[in-house]
Design a protein around this ligand. Structure first.
Ligand SMILES: [Zn+2]
Ligand SMILES: [Zn+2]
Ligand SMILES: [Zn+2]
Length: 254
């Protein structure tokens, strides 16, 4: 009898121990989870994580979040071949939507870049690692577009007289990276009707349109106020008259 009693005690001790153990390890807990709480926000560099806790047993669970996408500019950037949206986060070498231009006629239907003229002549500025356009070279285009790049380097200036005395030349479009236009750059081109310059231009040289008898429009892709703010040679517009300077927000008569 004593034996049975002690056996019963041992068994019940074991059972209660097992029971205690099972509630100790939480296996029997019907977890009641808190809301997820963000411990580390995801960024485009690194994933973050959130945790939640059981309000009964204190067990924690963790959920790992992926890094977020980079943020990109809404504006297109482009070169002679392609356009893309540049990243505006710290990953400035990332791009979105990189594609070759879809030229319809002379203009990309997506980013509105113009097809660059082939065969223009250039000289390199070794100190700056840039190119300066010096003339029409071998191009026969009546409508010239100076691109952003030549041989992988930026074209940043127009040489003095680069497009002067060119019969049959109807228009010249300088894209936005060209900051300086040299003296008499277009002078005495008798058929020149339109010259387009773009925001980013910092200097206009002397007598640019001297003797350009057909000149009708200088298109400035910026505001009137921004056009006035460009540094200019005192006689930048002497020798030409009867044309207009067309800005986004108004027109200046000459
Ligand atoms: Zn629990
Ligand atoms: Zn990024
Ligand atoms: Zn394009």
């Amino acid at each position: 009898m004593k034996k049975i009693l002690s056996l019963t005690i041992i068994v019940s001790v074991i059972i209660s121990c097992l029971f205690a153990l099972s509630s100790c390890d939480g296996a029997e807990c019907n977890h009641e989870w808190s809301e997820w709480r963000t411990v580390e926000e995801s960024t485009c560099s690194k994933g973050g994580y959130r945790i939640r806790e059981c309000e009964l047993c204190g067990e924690q669970a963790r959920s790992v979040d992926y890094p977020t996408d980079h943020t990109y500019s809404d504006e297109w950037k482009y070169d002679g071949a392609a356009h893309w949206h540049p990243a505006v986060c710290i990953h400035t070498n990332q791009t979105s939507g990189y594609e070759l231009h879809n030229f319809v006629g002379n203009t990309c239907s997506i980013c509105h870049a113009l097809k660059a003229s082939q065969g223009l002549s250039y000289r390199g500025d070794l100190a700056l690692g840039t190119y300066i356009v010096t003339g029409v070279g071998t191009t026969l285009d009546a409508e010239i577009v100076v691109a952003r790049y030549f041989s992988g380097f930026e074209i940043t200036a127009v040489d003095p007289e680069a497009f002067s005395g060119v019969a049959g030349l109807k228009s010249v479009w300088l894209q936005q990276y060209i900051t300086s236009v040299g003296d008499r750059a277009f002078a005495n081109s008798p058929d020149l009707v339109t010259v387009t310059i773009t925001l980013g231009t910092e200097y206009l040289g002397s007598q640019l349109f001297d003797g350009c008898d057909s000149l009708e429009r200088v298109v400035f892709r910026g505001l009137v106020e921004e056009f006035y703010a460009i540094e200019k040679a005192e006689d930048w517009d002497s020798g030409a008259s009867g044309y207009i300077i067309e800005c986004f927000d108004g027109t200046i008569e000459k």
